[in-house]
Design a protein around this ligand. Structure first.
Ligand SMILES: Nc1ncnc2c1ncn2[C@@H]1O[C@H](COP(=O)(O)OP(=O)(O)O)[C@@H](O)[C@H]1O
Ligand SMILES: [Mg+2]
Length: 224
């Protein structure tokens, strides 16, 4: 398993009410698979993906990365680990508008100081971004293009795991299908692992396996 979550509990306090979002979630993700987490808005998909991406700590339970327990308390070590092993694609692209397309893709490489310009260019071409866009500021791009740049950025450090939180929910249907086709092809050819959240069955159909999150409980497609 590349990543496992065991008995994960997570709740959020707002005022005096405590909302239990994840109630004993268990998940084992096999290497080189593409896994979908389906659920309606508010079901806890982002909460779960933030924990799997080591961005947030569960209240209870443990996360294992290649069988080793993740220590959430050492923030600095965790940040370095995350940068080397995990790539992220977010719902609202999270590109830096003032930077160029190429600079955005290179951003995760600047943290470890190994600039991989040639690889960044190659990835951009593979996600269908033409060379004349490389030096344009990213705010000039369409939503679909921005998300494809975000996929290139997520891949630039050759991560073992990609966490994609509703990457298609702000782009139109055609662009969503294009993005998923590209992501699936890249996942297979680069032999990486993807965990993607979505509320769409059509998006989940690109994946090897689908889980459903509802009322804090994660169920396998065979169990519903
Ligand atoms: N940081 C937070 N503080 C308080 N409540 C939160 C926080 N993050 C998420 N929640 C709540 O947890 C529930 C699940 O949210 P989320 O994981 O974002 O669901 P989804 O991604 O499936 O839409 C929602 O009720 C949301 O309001
Ligand atoms: Mg969400």
């Amino acid at each position: 398993m590349i990543i496992s979550a065991h008995n994960i509990k997570k709740s959020f306090k707002s005022g005096k009410t405590n909302t239990l979002v994840l109630n004993n979630v268990n998940l084992d993700v096999e290497e080189s698979k593409m896994v979908a987490i389906m659920g309606v808005s508010g079901s806890g998909k982002s909460t779960l993906l933030h924990i799997l991406g080591l961005l947030d700590e569960p209240d209870d339970g443990e996360v294992l990365f290649f069988g080793e327990k993740v220590i959430f308390s050492d923030k600095k070590k965790l940040a370095i680990f995350r940068n080397s092993y995990i790539g992220f694609v977010f719902q609202f692209y999270s590109l830096i508008n003032e930077l160029t397309v190429l600079e955005n893709v290179l951003l995760p490489t600047m943290i470890n100081g190994i600039i991989k310009k040639d690889y960044a260019r190659e990835l951009l071409l593979r996600v269908g971004i033409s060379e004349e866009l490389f030096d344009k500021r990213s705010y000039n791009l369409s939503g679909g293009e921005k998300q494809r740049v975000a996929v290139a950025r997520a891949l630039v450090n050759k991560p073992k795991l990609i966490i994609a939180d509703e990457p298609t929910s702000n782009i139109d249907e055609n662009n969503a299908m294009l993005l998923m086709t590209l992501l699936r092809n890249l996942q297979q050819s680069l032999n990486t692992t993807v965990v993607i959240s979505t509320h769409s069955k059509k998006i989940a159909n690109f994946c090897d396996i689908t889980y459903f999150l509802s009322e804090g409980v994660l169920a396998n497609e065979n169990n519903i």
